[in-house]
Write a protein that binds this ligand. Structure first.
Ligand SMILES: [Zn+2]
Length: 309
């Protein structure tokens, strides 16, 4: 990426990446969080609102597919649009469940055809399917990754009649989406949401990368280098927030609103039933129209209109 020169907090995260930085971030959560939130100037309005919630669900396993009808029902109560990152092979196998997402008014996001590095690991990821693709995404050549993205795009168009407009890399936490921007551009995929905020060029602030908007994913307010997702909340280290994950999510929404920023999170559908979402509903009711709850597609369309001349 020409001109890409990581610096400051982001550089330290990338250089030290693993456990040391994680431990420091846990001990210095307040400091890290305020550094991350400083990316937002408190003045920027998100389509006229003070803060923004981008809620997404990664449909990685057949078990996630099973949970889709219930989630679409729950979302209709929230009255907001959400985005579902879908895997081409599961769309082929379970078209009706995926069609229900579209009929519920939500968005589909390209999440590759086979979701490479999908492995069964008891206590972590378990699928009733055995024929998973256990290759690592980063081990695929750029051409192979492009073929995965293109095939997912084609399957969803043929099966559901939907043309997706954005992409999320499989297991994106530790992968670099930047080499894929030309491929996304060629496939008319206008956004990517494949990078954690601490690694973002402007931390959590969305940026134009050529013609592609990269929308960074938010991290946990108490563990600011960890993605605020169901794996982190319910499984990592026995589940950092397994008893109060709904409260942690609502804390994140308050933090974003205070800084005038964005909350961009994803949940695994199979685990949503384990979360008490009452605190989230309460915060959203309090913030009302001052928090823009929208899909990536709507967000990226608005962002491009503001930033592309
Ligand atoms: Zn946490």
């Amino acid at each position: 990426m020409p001109g890409y020169e990581p610096s400051g907090l982001r550089m330290r995260v990338m250089r030290h990446g693993g456990r040391g930085a994680q431990l420091a971030s846990h001990l210095l959560a307040g400091w890290f969080t305020s550094r991350l939130e400083a990316a937002f100037d408190g003045e920027t309005r998100w389509n006229g609102r003070r803060s923004c919630l981008l809620l997404s669900f990664d449909v990685d396993f057949p078990e996630d597919v099973d949970a889709l009808p219930q989630i679409v029902d729950q979302l209709s109560a929230l009255n907001g649009r959400a985005s579902f990152a879908v895997v081409g092979r599961w769309v082929e196998d379970y078209p009706d469940e995926h069609r229900a997402i579209v009929e519920g008014g939500h968005e589909l996001v390209n999440h590759s055809y086979s979701h490479p590095e999908l492995v069964n690991a008891p206590g972590r990821f378990v699928s009733r399917r055995e024929d998973l693709n256990d290759r690592k995404w980063e081990a695929l050549s750029i051409e192979e990754r492009g073929a995965e993205i293109e095939r997912c795009q084609r399957v969803v168009a043929e099966t559901l009649g939907v043309t997706m407009t954005g992409f999320r890399a499989p297991h994106f936490g530790n992968v670099d989406p930047r080499p894929l921007y030309p491929i996304l551009n060629n496939l008319n995929l206008h956004y990517s949401t494949s990078m954690l905020a601490p690694r973002g060029r402007k931390l959590g602030l969305p940026v134009m990368e050529g013609d592609v908007v990269e929308i960074p994913v938010s991290t946990c307010p108490l563990h600011p280098l960890s993605s605020l997702d169901t794996w982190h909340g319910l499984y990592a280290h026995g589940g950092w927030h397994k008893d109060n994950f709904g409260e942690i999510l609502s804390k994140r929404l308050h933090t974003a609103h205070a800084s005038g920023g964005i909350t961009n999170i994803y949940l695994d559908p199979k685990d949503v039933g384990r979360i008490d979402m009452t605190p989230v509903s309460e915060v959203l009711a309090t913030l009302g129209d001052d928090c823009w709850v929208t899909s990536y597609h709507e967000f990226a369309s608005w962002f491009r209109s503001e930033h592309v001349r």
